[in-house]
Design a protein. Structure first.
Length: 187
């Protein structure tokens, strides 16, 4: 009994570590966007969940949802590293999944609604689902959602035209700064 619990605990710890390492890697990649005028927010809290990363700049507002998955080993002893995106689902080496896609879309919708309400202006948010360590094969053009390796995020954001005026960027950043501010209790 103790051995079973220990194995579960160690597996859970390894999964948390993998997720942490993935989000940290993505955060480091996103820091390159500062040169394009982006403000970057990490772990933006909402009721019962958080948004991994929020990008705000002249080229728009983006959320980045990170999903880190281990690569399985195939029969030849090599790691599988490709995932296909058909516009609706991800085809992993072990099966089909749409959880990360739905989460990214829902997070973008939630943030868009909150920012639009808080600033009094419509704020469009583009969802990005990133898969550290995976090569993504697109089977169809994306429709408002990007599924990318973290190293591709810079190019996608850089290729967008500038649509947000500085005053709206300041309003959005003010709201996010207030939301992300931690209350520190006096001892």
């Amino acid at each position: 009994m103790f051995g079973t619990r220990l194995v579960k605990l160690l597996r859970s710890r390894a999964n948390y570590r993998l997720g942490y390492d993935g989000e940290r890697f993505v955060g480091e990649e996103l820091s390159r966007l500062i040169g394009l005028g982006f403000e970057i927010y990490h772990d933006v809290p909402f009721d019962g969940f958080n948004i991994d990363h929020v990008l705000v700049g002249p080229r728009g507002v983006f959320i980045v949802e990170t999903k880190t998955r281990r690569k399985p080993v195939n029969e030849a002893g090599k790691k599988e590293f490709k995932v296909q995106f058909d516009g609706k689902c991800l085809q992993w080496p072990w099966g089909v999944d749409s959880h990360g896609i739905e989460q990214a879309k829902n997070n973008a919708k939630t943030l868009s609604g909150w920012l639009s309400s808080a600033t009094g202006k419509t704020v469009w948010v583009t969802p990005i689902l990133t898969l550290p360590g995976w090569l993504i094969e697109l089977k169809t053009p994306t429709d408002g959602l990007f599924v990318l390796n973290p190293k591709q995020i810079y190019q996608v954001c850089a290729s967008q035209s500038e649509t947000l005026p500085e005053t709206q960027i300041q309003q959005i950043c003010h709201q996010l700064n207030q939301k992300c501010r931690l209350a520190v209790a006096n001892p």
